[in-house]
Structures are given as structure tokens and as C-alpha cells.
Design a protein around this ligand. Structure first.
Ligand code: ATR
Length: 276
């Protein structure tokens, strides 16, 4: 019997998740269908209930519902609890299990696909919103020597540090961009939404250490403003969020089906129709 899955968001028409999961299921021979569902802004929970009643086995959740997905989950993994956001729902008989695969997807893209070890590295994460919060714990698990969170509104970076401090993670340094003058990092991750407005966080020059990796969690046709800037600064290792997108999907697929699909061919497909 065919199993049903979906990605739920608003807007949703642009989502690449149906294509990614169709490739995964074809590759692994799983009997499943994956659709995109537009949830009204005020009816996320009702949309989930409706999908479950139609036989849905699980769902991905995207903007702007990750917090609501966290709220409706009856149980949470540690990483979802830390992120305070859920992007993967697993529908069990009497409850909804919530997980967050975004951070694992990012880390897997960095460590496995890009072969960049985080251990003992100087890592800068820009942004303190939902997207950034979702990746903090998986990044810290790889033991960077310093982990700085920079945000335009420093208070939000500080609040994030305090939240993780309460959860036993004491090694986050919260700053604003001006505080970064004179510092260098091996890995700079853009977890802000600045690229969506064609903008760039106010990074001081010379922030990139030799052989550093510049990673934008967003992607677009061509380089994002952050990746353009990194390139101008002489950085040669540049990555956008396509690898993360496919890896977080693979992690969700694994949660639902117990099989880890190959991601490289799917990243290749997306890249060939996205980055020019
Ligand atoms: P998301 O879920 O995408 O993280 P969010 O929770 O609204 O969205 O957070 C957006 C993040 O991008 C914030 O860290 C925001 O900084 P502020 O907290 O100071 O608003 C950051 N951001 C958005 N536009 C930015 C810009 N032009 N420069 C720097 N940071 C920006």
C-alpha cells in the first residue's frame, strides 16, 4: 500500500521537497507519495489533522510553521527541543513525534559532502532567528574551538546563548557585527534571512581565515550576496544551502522509512537546474 507524506508551508509552490523525495523513493524503491500542501496561515494544526485523516504517515514543515509544528508535537527529540522548531513530523498511532533535521543536514553537508572538519575550528554563525537556532546544537556537537553567534540585534544572540547555557551548552559567544573587527574564522555560516532581501550582514573585512569555508544556508540562482562577498574577499571554498536542503530531506526520509538515500545525485539534479 502506498504511504503518503507531504511538505506543509505557506507559500509552498516553490518547494523542492516533492522533487527531492520523489528521487529518494525512486532510488530506494519505496512505495510512497509525497505532495506539497499549502496550509492557510491560521490553520496549520487543522491542515496536519486533515492530512493524517487522509492517511498521511509523516510531514515536513516549512516556513512559517516550524514553531507551530513544535507546539503540536507530543514528543520531541533533543535537537528539536533545542531548536524550538520542528521540520519533521512522524505520525504514530496516537501521537505526533517532532524532530528537526535542519542542523543534521547542515552538518552532514559540511563534514561529509564538503569534507570540512569542524573539530577545533573557529566557527562564526550569523543570525539568531529560527533558522540559526535550529543548527546550533548539531554544530556544537562537532566541537569547534570557538563558536560565535553574531546578530544585528545583539540581544537576540545573547538570548540564544542563555537558552543553550540553560541546556548545558556553555561555549557560545554572542556578539554583534562590530564586535567581529580583527577576528578571523575558519567557517562562516550565513543563517540570516538577509539574502532574501538581496542584503548582506555588516561583516567587517578580513573575517575569513586562510582556507576558510563560506556557507550560506540560503540558495538562489547564482551566488547569494554573502557568497559574492566571500568570493571578493578571496575565499575559494563556497557553499550554498542546496546541500543542506537535500541532506535534511534525507534525514527526514530516514526517520520515516529507515533507509538512508544517496544524496549526491539529488544535489546534482538540483544544482543543474538552480545555480548558473
Ligand atoms: P528565520 O526563521 O529565517 O531565521 P527570523 O527568525 O525572522 O527568520 O530571523 C531572521 C534573522 O536574519 C535574524 O537573525 C535577523 O537579524 P535581527 O534579529 O537583527 O533582525 C537576520 N537578518 C535579517 N536581515 C538581515 C540583514 N539585512 N542583515 C543582518 N541580519 C539580518
Amino acid at each position: 500500500m502506498t504511504d503518503f507524506y507531504a511538505v506543509i508551508g505557506n507559500p509552498i509552490a516553490h518547494s523542492k521537497s516533492p522533487l527531492i523525495h520523489a528521487e529518494f523513493s525512486r532510488q530506494t524503491g519505496q512505495d510512497m507519495r509525497y505532495e506539497a500542501i499549502l496550509a492557510p496561515m491560521d490553520a496549520f494544526a487543522a491542515t496536519v489533522t486533515g492530512f493524517r485523516q487522509r492517511g498521511g504517515r509523516g510531514a515536513n514543515v516549512t516556513v512559517p510553521f516550524k514553531l507551530e509544528a513544535w507546539e503540536i508535537s507530543n514528543s520531541l527529540t533533543e535537537r528539536a527541543a533545542a531548536a524550538q522548531a520542528v521540520n519533521t513530523l512522524v505520525f504514530e498511532a496516537c501521537r505526533i513525534a517532532g524532530d528537526n533535521t535542519d542542523g543534521a543536514g547542515l552538518v552532514r553537508d559540511i563534514v561529509v559532502n564538503l569534507e570540512f572538519s569542524l573539530k577545533a575550528k573557529r566557527v562564526l554563525l550569523m543570525g539568531a532567528g529560527g533558522a540559526a537556532r535550529g543548527v546550533v546544537l548539531p554544530l556544537l556537537e562537532h566541537e569547534p574551538c570557538i563558536f560565535v553567534i553574531a546578530n544585528r540585534t545583539r540581544q537576540k544572540a545573547y538570548e540564544l546563548q542563555q537558552q543553550f547555557l540553560r541546556q548545558g551548552c556553555g561555549n557560545i559567544v554572542p556578539v554583534d557585527y562590530a564586535d567581529l573587527a580583527g577576528e578571523k574564522f575558519d567557517l562562516v555560516i550565513n543563517g540570516t534571512s538577509a539574502s532574501l532581501q538581496g542584503e548582506l550582514p555588516a561583516l567587517p573585512p578580513d573575517i575569513f581565515a586562510a582556507k576558510s569555508l563560506a556557507y550560506d544556508m540560503m540558495y538562489s540562482n547564482g551566488y547569494t550576496p554573502f557568497l559574492k562577498y566571500a568570493r571578493q574577499q578571496g575565499v575559494t571554498r563556497l557553499a550554498d544551502g542546496i546541500g543542506m536542503l537535500v541532506e535534511q530531506a534525507a534525514e527526514s526520509f530516514f526517520l520515516w522509512r529507515g533507509i538512508r538515500p544517496k544524496t549526491a545525485p539529488v544535489i546534482e539534479i538540483l544544482r543543474s537546474c538552480s545555480i548558473s
